[in-house]
Design a protein around this ligand. Structure first.
Ligand code: SF4
Length: 390
């Protein structure tokens, strides 16, 4: 049975936080220059205080500066006048019969003031593995025709703290902080940037958030357990390796430009040949560090044996893994999922050619939390600003 919980009243806002800056999401360097300019802590103490602030924030998960017991009360008081650890509010929490959880999160333009914008974040438990799927934008500009999120126009990019807050909120709700479970296996073991939006259209904020998520003194999630998925923003792909260092996934979904132009329209700008060239040149690519290609199975569109054989040929010199995703239908979608026999046949061709090609079990489809099903009801304002940057 799916469960829906309305948490609107659960997390009430503290008085007077409206003009405070979020403490999380700031790099050590930014925090250093910020604290130096504020003159509230003696300069000599600042590096030590930053270490303490990060530890309370990312290891212990406190949401109140006043709980930072190894920082003196006068300094805590001054910090509280400037910073906050307040998280955006969860509006609803939906739990699927398979254990998947989807949170609808209300964003605030200035902390405490609701902007009316919402995003979705999904937690997918699977044995010892727990994957958190993060959003990078409100809506998306890319209109992939198989994706529900693509029907919601872009409202805006998320900030670093809004991206990071999704992890903090999930850890709060799952009681997954170090302080509470010193020796326990972490519930969130993996992060995927596969929620709402194209992460490479919001590169700086995504990069800063993932660098804190993977920092040993930050949320300490290994870069090998963080995957950034792109629809194929070719000029930015190399920077995923050189500036962030996380794993790469490509939403491929077709072996021909003609079909991919319709499924993933950014293909008109960066066709398959250019995309594969960027993948081949992806720094650090090797068998132990492969690119994941996502391939959604659409009946009579991209699921023939010919498609499978062509895919084998296309990826033969790229260390890769292929995730086969049975299509998750959504209201108004023009596609159907391929028959299970056809999906199996397709996967067998890839497996026999030596590719790891698991068929992904649909997760959370009863709460519309499966791949390509996320969409918030935020105001739909098309912004061309970001599209024009590329
Ligand atoms: S698949 Fe990704 S890039 Fe394409 S519309 Fe959906 S969210 Fe945007």
């Amino acid at each position: 049975m799916e469960q829906n919980i309305n948490l609107n009243n659960d997390i009430s806002l503290s008085e007077g936080i409206h003009n405070l800056n979020p403490l999380y999401g700031m790099s050590r360097e930014d925090l250093l220059s910020n604290l130096s300019s504020l003159d509230i802590i003696p300069n000599k103490q600042i590096p030590m205080r930053i270490k303490q602030l990060w530890n309370w924030t990312y290891v212990n998960g406190v949401d109140d500066i006043n709980s930072m017991q190894n920082i003196s009360k006068p300094i805590r008081d001054k910090l509280q006048d400037i910073y906050t650890l307040h998280r955006p509010k969860i509006v609803t929490e939906q739990k699927s019969s398979d254990g998947t959880i989807k949170w609808l999160i209300a964003l605030e333009d200035k902390l405490g003031n609701s902007s009316g914008n919402e995003i979705e974040t999904v937690y997918i438990p699977d044995g010892k593995r727990g994957t958190l799927c993060l959003s990078s934008q409100i809506g998306c500009t890319l209109n992939c025709s198989f994706c529900f999120t693509g029907t919601q126009k872009l409202v805006r990019n998320l900030s670093t703290f809004e991206i990071l807050s999704q992890i903090l909120i999930a850890r709060d709700r799952l009681d997954d902080w170090h302080k509470n479970n010193l020796n326990a296996q972490r519930k969130i073991t993996n992060i995927v940037m596969m929620g709402m939006g194209e992460p490479l259209y919001n590169f700086e904020a995504v990069k800063n958030a993932l660098l804190i998520a993977s920092d040993g003194d930050g949320l300490a999630i290994s870069k090998r357990r963080i995957t950034l998925s792109t629809s194929g923003v070719v000029p930015m792909i190399e920077r995923v390796a050189t500036e962030i260092g996380v794993m790469l996934a490509i939403s491929l979904h077709s072996v021909s430009d003609e079909v991919r132009n319709k499924l993933v329209p950014i293909n008109k700008k960066y066709p398959i040949k250019e995309l594969l060239k960027a993948c081949k040149n992806f720094p650090g690519l090797k068998n132990s560090s492969r690119i994941t290609f996502e391939y959604v199975m659409l009946k009579d569109i991209n699921d023939s044996e010919y498609d499978a054989k062509k895919l084998v040929k296309m990826l033969e010199d790229i260390p890769s893994k292929i995730n086969i995703i049975p299509f998750n239908p959504w209201p108004g979608s023009e596609y159907k999922c391929s028959d299970s026999k056809q999906i199996k046949k397709f996967a067998d061709i890839l497996n026999n050619a030596g590719f790891s090609s698991p068929i992904r079990r649909p997760r959370g489809s009863d709460i519309m939390a499966a791949c390509g099903q996320l969409k918030s009801s935020s105001e739909r304002i098309r912004s061309n600003k970001i599209i024009n940057e590329f």
